[in-house]
Write a protein that binds this ligand. Sequence first.
Ligand SMILES: Cc1cc2nc3c(=O)[nH]c(=O)nc-3n(C[C@H](O)[C@H](O)[C@H](O)COP(=O)(O)OP(=O)(O)OC[C@H]3O[C@@H](n4cnc5c(N)ncnc54)[C@H](O)[C@@H]3O)c2cc1C
Length: 508
Amino acid sequence: MDFDVCVVGAGHNGLITAAYLAQSGYRVGVFEKRDIVGGAVSTKEIVPGYQFDLGGSAHILIRLTPIIEELNLSAYGLEYIELDPLFFAPFPDGDSIYIYRDVDRTVEHLESKFPGEGAAYRRFIDDWTDFSEAVCRTFLSPPTPLSLGKNLAFGPSTRLSSTDALRLITRPYGAVIDEYFREEKLKAMLQWMAAQSGPPPSEPMSGPFVLWHPLYHKGGIARPKGGSGMLTQALRRHIEAHGGTVEVSAPVDEILVENGKAAGIRVGGDAYTSRAVVSGTHILETLEHLLPPSHRPESPARKMRVGNGFGAIVRLALDRPVRYAADPSDDARTALQLVCRSPQQIHAAYGDYLNHQPSSDPPIVGMSFSAVDDTLAPPGHEVLWLWGQYYPYELANGTSWDDIGDAVADNLIDTFEAYAPGTRDAIVGRLFQHPLWLERHLSLRRGNVMHLEMSIDQMFMMRPSMDMSSYKGPLDALYLTGASTHPGGGIMGASGRNAAHVVLHDLD
Ligand SMILES: Cc1cc2nc3c(=O)[nH]c(=O)nc-3n(C[C@H](O)[C@H](O)[C@H](O)COP(=O)(O)OP(=O)(O)OC[C@H]3O[C@@H](n4cnc5c(N)ncnc54)[C@H](O)[C@@H]3O)c2cc1C
């Protein structure tokens, strides 16, 4: 037997599963098709002198888990830099809003700008802090009716009456925000942040995407020093230090099956045997490609909604720091920059997407982490990412991203230029990651950064499907992890940790 466990795919979830298994003394082999580990949590020098993240950048959810401490990742080179302010929202009329890590400071700031809204913000945070923590607890174990019931239905999860709570939880998050706030600018800011999980503000049952907002104050937002990919580099070092093997440029072609059980993997002409296999790839890669034809479930793609793309991001190398007209301070560069003038702008962008058109007037999240990390760009220079939604993978009239990509990136930059004049002139290099780019380079099918749509019908026990939600695949000894499984996409690692517990239970 070559390994106790083979892990397919070195996304952060696959690596986290491998790290827990290696730390428990099992012989682990991780096989990744790209030339670096990390999947959608990786960083590369794309423009000389500038470190570009190629996937997720803002580390939020993982900081609410015990993973960093349990794996002692600081001993393997991971160093987090906290962002404060957390969020900055500039507006075309020169106004701006901040949300700070500290709730009191945020309340005071909002109250001074929009009397009454600071108090509303405090009420919102107080109403939903316990609930948001309960939601977070449900992320840290396999989804079962018992864990959901214990944490959400029967726990002291909100100070509201159960009828009020249920009404808000089942509402679209846009409507929840309308119920608490009056000021359109604050509504735009909160809606745009909640929209980052994917569903639009009008989607029923999406209330939790804003009701977990108190968690930003609890866990903060952070950046690994050196780039987002330093998390996955640290995981690789951890696995190797515990005797594990991590192979890159090693695309797995097949999961080997013996007597109806997963028994290893094949990479080209090389077969590796193991007691168990964990697949951390997109679920459809596992079911449609990695399983031998005789063991594939029937038409899985019909039962799982990948959706039609999600967002797109232009990564810019600038020869000077970004400066917002509404606030040229370094505080603005430090925070996540929510560049969205109104809730209507989000609705219009989603309307374009439904028509299979790239958003013509995209709301943007700006990120300039060189404000807090001087290893990302030469001195005095900047890395600036502009993330826009919504961008369909499949475009109207058969248009190809290869043909329109440059023009769409230019539109994102022009939209941003209105808020930070001079940005275009500062550009010395760029990379545009549109949905087709994300599929080609990061294996994110149809450009969905969350693997499968994050709508209520595909969450908890329904992710990736009812019969595979406990991290177990359709074969004995085949396990699943990654954004295709509970609790879904984002840099969190909870799926990797939960899957490790299931595998450890079965192996021990
Ligand atoms: C542009 C972008 C911006 C984002 N921004 C944020 C953000 O700021 N904050 C946040 O929390 N989240 C963000 N996300 C989402 C988040 O990064 C992802 O949801 C998450 O990283 C997915 O991790 P994973 O380990 O589940 O899967 P993946 O990262 O998809 O890992 C799967 C791995 O499997 C490998 N693989 C596939 N097939 C094979 C095969 N046959 N053999 C071997 N290996 C294979 C892939 O190469 C990949 O490395 C962003 C994502 C993108 C792309």
